[in-house]
Design a protein around this ligand. Structure first.
Ligand code: ATP
Ligand code: MG
Ligand code: FE
Length: 333
């Protein structure tokens, strides 16, 4: 079955054609980063306008690159949350219009389910599994006993991991989004500043990153006042090691407790080289029987291919939306 998938929840306009939930025929991603960079974050109104300008062109390109016709499609899928309401509405309106005009079923997709299913575009899924979702707006552990079934067993109590990267990046003078650059800096520095590892020992699967962010900001400000020099690469390495230690430790404990067969790590922060390496190494050491999967790099960030992969499962469950479908900015599992 061919699905046309549309994603517009934040600052990427993306349209993909996916076959049977596992094969990418095309995946067009128009990023708006250049327009938001100077504001140090995504400006919702600017994002919506870009989506309006980009969406039709992305749809045309997705068909062209896939080499398919409208009549080959079995369904249209769209992200309906979580995300920015104005941004979501552009994709939803495009999807509804297209579904109505071509008499196709409309499949509603949760953006975070999409991030998890990005993994299925390169690896099989074996249940039960644990998913660590680490992105710009989310940090959570999700237990899946079967396709399309999600149980959040722990989550951040304040900032998401990606958000912490972006906020710390501002203090380091790194352009938004900062994750990738901090990751690169971290590899040229070492963990000398010893930031806190929040909640690492607590008997739950929750996270907290705002204390780490504050510790980082305070250290930099105090040093500035005293005229002391700090080493940026070491700051990056210390921050990153604190994030990695907490994520790896709690995720592996969750895998042990829930006796899963697979661990999927997904979302923008799953592109982090240090995190990918350390999660893989420690899981292989502590639970060698658990399969570790992480989407290929370009599918960690927002894209429509992952929405098409998650939509295939929803379509098989018979989850079809009416033309009343609305954006759900705070959608949860
Ligand atoms: P959500 O998916 O929670 O709605 P989002 O869609 O905005 O939020 P993503 O696009 O999945 O988030 O991820 C973007 C985040 O990933 C940004 O915070 C960015 O800094 C971070 N990021 C990207 N690459 C890396 C990296 N190599 N290391 C750490 N963080 C990274
Ligand atoms: Mg983005
Ligand atoms: Fe995302």
């Amino acid at each position: 079955q061919l699905i046309l998938a549309i994603e517009s929840s934040c600052d990427e306009t993306s349209v993909a054609v996916i076959e049977d939930g596992t094969k990418i025929l095309s995946n067009i991603v128009a990023s708006q980063i250049k327009s938001h960079e100077r504001f140090g974050g995504v400006v919702p109104e600017v994002a919506s306008r870009h989506h309006v300008e980009q969406i039709i062109g992305c749809m045309e390109e997705a068909f062209q690159e896939a080499g398919v016709q409208v009549t080959d499609l079995g369904a249209v899928a769209v992200t309906y949350g979580p995300g920015l309401v104005g941004a979501l509405l552009i994709g939803i309106t495009a999807a509804k219009t297209f579904a109505w005009a071509n008499d196709l079923p409309l499949i509603p997709v949760n953006h975070m389910a999409g991030h998890i299913y990005a993994s299925r575009l390169s690896h099989e899924m074996t249940f039960p599994l644990m998913a660590l979702l680490v992105s710009g707006g989310h940090t959570e552990l999700v237990y899946m006993k079967e396709h399309g079934s999600y149980e959040v067993i722990g989550e951040t109590r304040d900032d998401a991991a990606g958000e912490a990267y972006d906020k710390v990046g501002r203090v380091l003078g790194v352009t938004y989004p900062s994750g990738k650059i901090i990751d690169e800096m971290a590899h040229q520095g070492s963990d000398t500043y010893n930031f806190p590892r929040a909640m690492i020992k607590e008997d739950n699967f929750d996270f907290s990153f705002s204390g780490l962010k504050s510790a980082f900001i305070n250290l930099v400000h105090n040093a500035e006042q005293r005229g002391e020099e700090l080493i940026p690469n070491d700051l990056a390495a210390s921050f990153q090691q604190s994030v990695i230690d907490v994520l790896v430790s709690k995720t592996i404990r969750a895998c042990e407790t829930y006796e899963v067969k697979q661990l999927i790590m997904a979302g923008g922060v799953a592109a982090n080289q240090g995190l990918r390496r350390e999660m893989k190494t420690q899981l292989a050491e502590k639970m060698p029987e658990v399969v570790f999967s992480v989407p290929e790099l370009k599918l960690c960030g927002d894209n429509a291919a992952m929405i098409g992969a998650a939509a295939f499962v929803e379509a098989n469950k018979g989850n079809v939306a009416t033309l009343e479908l609305n954006a759900k900015p705070s959608l949860i599992f």
